[in-house]
Structure formats: C-alpha cells, structure tokens
Design a protein. Structure first.
Length: 245
C-alpha cells in the first residue's frame, strides 16, 4: 500500500501503525508510553503526527502509535503545530520528572521553559502506564493507577506489599524515567515494599531472578526450568546448536 510520509512515497503494510512505519523508515517520532513488547497505548501523546486521508481538505492530529494504516494517507511527522503540541506535553511532564536526564534532554530539544516542579509518587513518574502493562503481561496485577487528576499515581493496594507481586522487576525495567525503586543486595531484591529471595544461576553464580518469579514461570512454561540466567541460557543454546550442526 502506497502512502506519503513527509512528502516521500513509501510502502506501508496493511494494519501496521504509523509509528511502526516511521521506525522502519528511520523517521524519528518521540514516545514515552510506547514499548515494542506492548504496542501503542496513545497515553502520552508525544507521538502525535498529522494525517490527511483521501478526500479530506485538512490534516488532523493522531497518535502514531495507535493509528492503523489501512488506506492511502499523507503523513507529516514534523510541523509547527506538532512542535507546539510536543512542547506543551514536555513542559507538563517536566513538572513531574524535571530532574531526570531524559526529561532534561527533551526540554532542551523542544526549547521548553521549565515550570515549577510538583511532588509526585513515585518520584519522577510521568504516568506513562508501561509498568502496569508489564505487570499485566506477566499475568499479574500487583500495581495499578490510583486516584485522579493531580493526585493520580501508580502504586500497590494501600501502598503495602502486594500478594500478587512476584518481584520480577519487569515494571522497573520498562520505566523510561527509572521512577520505580528497585534495590538488590547480595541475594535479596526489594521492590514495591516487598522483599524477595533471589536465585543464583547454576552456571555463572549470578543472582538473576526471584524464587517467586521462577516458580510462577515454571508452572506455566518450560522457561526457567534450567535455572540459568539469560546470558548463560543464550550461551548454552549456542553450544547446543553448534553440537547439533
């Protein structure tokens, strides 16, 4: 399917999002709430682009991460209107995470005049929602969005240790501003007010996962049965493939 991307004709795959197309064509579009493992959410609105469909006189703003390409369209990823939208978003999010390097970089890029900071929990959280999606993908619901408006935040129920949390730290790993506190010392991991005993890789000895995480995964798949960290698992696979060939 032929579409126009910033005035250039490109080949799009039916059903793919504008963001997927842009990334394949190496056209930069900023995002905060997007992760390739979860797809688009359309939450942060940083990826807004202009789209003009056939028969339309005017282009309209859409979220590139959630807009599916099913018909020929004209897409503009940079314009004065788009720049103003992104500048406003960065200005507002910087109030929540202005001290974080990512936000400082975005402020500089969009020439944003900083507003007064506000105190949020967890510190530097921009409410992108990626941590909630990561927890859901693990088949758990240990954290969620609480309250509304300026009081909205991500937390466990009553800010106490959640029975659903298995300490996998997937939420912390996908957080773009490292807002989720994760502490690891010796064989102990502490996250979301809960302490977990960690298991050592039987090959390299590195502590790599919590006991609860491995037990949870072993119940549902063959993953984790070998008690190897990701690095050693890949090395083991490479050796097995070499021997097989």
């Amino acid at each position: 399917m032929k579409i126009k991307l910033n005035g250039q004709e490109r080949e799009a795959r039916a059903g793919e999002s504008i963001l997927d197309l842009c990334r394949r064509e190496n056209v930069p579009v900023p995002t905060f709430c997007y992760h390739q493992a979860f797809g688009g959410q359309g939450a942060c609105r940083m990826c807004m682009v202009e789209v003009k469909e056939e028969g339309q006189k005017q282009a309209r703003l859409v979220a590139a991460c959630t807009y599916p390409l099913n018909t020929p369209v004209e897409i503009t990823t940079e314009s004065e209107h788009i720049q103003r939208v992104r500048r406003t978003i960065v200005m507002l999010l910087a109030r929540r995470a202005g001290s974080h390097p990512l936000m400082k970089e975005m402020e500089e890029h969009y020439d944003v005049s900083p507003l007064s900071a506000i105190t949020v929990q967890p510190p530097n959280c921009i409410l992108c929602g990626l941590c909630i999606h990561a927890c859901e993908e693990m088949g758990k619901s240990a954290i969620w969005s609480m309250f509304r408006g300026v009081d909205k935040r991500i937390a466990t129920p009553y800010d106490e240790a959640s029975d659903d949390c298995i300490g996998c730290a997937a939420c912390a790993r996908v957080c773009p501003t490292q807002a989720i506190s994760l502490e690891e010392k010796d064989a102990v991991r502490i996250i979301w007010n809960k302490q977990f005993e960690m298991i050592a890789c039987k090959r390299c000895g590195k502590y790599y996962a919590t006991q609860e995480e491995l037990e949870y995964l072993k119940e549902r798949s063959a993953y984790g049965q070998d008690n190897l960290c990701e690095s050693c698992r890949k090395k083991n696979l490479a050796i097995n493939m070499k021997n097989f060939s």
